[in-house]
Design a protein around this ligand. Sequence first.
Ligand code: KIV
Length: 266
Amino acid sequence: MATVTIPQLNRMKSEGHKIVVMTAYDFEMARIVDRAGVEMILVGDSGGRYALGYESFNPVTLDEMILLTRSVSRGAKNAMVVGDLPFMSYQVSVEDALRSAGRMMKEANADAVKLEGGEDFAPAVRALVKAGIPVMAHMGITPMMAIGSGGYLNQDVKPIEDQIRRDALALQDAGAFSVVFTRVPPPLATALTKELRIPTLAGGGAGDDCDGQVCVMHGVFGLTVDELETPKAIYGPLVKPILETAEAFVADVRAGRPVRSRRDNA
Ligand code: KIV
């Protein structure tokens, strides 16, 4: 059960302490980032890509997200665990949103859910909050909203800046306890951070002046095979020592050298 609370996150905003959110998709990784002191662990639909190997974030199912989130919930001692509602698990109706979020809370033991969308999804957010389910909103140009338009990284945000402001205010009014900005231009993200009562979290392309940051673990750690060819991560790349360790193990087994753990040999 999380020791971090929503009032604590609000206090952090008002006192100017940055909120840290990182994704994780399994038990041990959750234990590690929890121990590192993050306030929230997001089991993002990015897990569809990084844990399950889908080509994008969208194919992951609610059942799969529940499985990943349940494992993270077991590992997190202090951090709030936020389970992402995947594509088409809440878009058809408010009833769907309630059912899907309810499963995420009951079956995966999440502390909150996240959903992508702007003011059109305010009724769903309101219904979830009324049912006692804390909601992290996620808006801007998100992966789900950019389906069919060549990817969310290439969109022109300028024409929708007024809409972004309306979305943020509507989601706050509906009762979201925090909001993730993806591809919200940094000056607008900074202005909205001052304007909104709830904590804002920069989720990529929203600058450094939100109340906190949410980052995909594999990106932070450099934990993809692609990092070996094209290093981009600021930290790591962790893939390198892991690969080297795997190669050392392969070489030792092939050479007939002992590979048992110290405890096994004791
Ligand atoms: O799924 C995810 O990891 C996310 C973050 C990029 C905010 O939604």
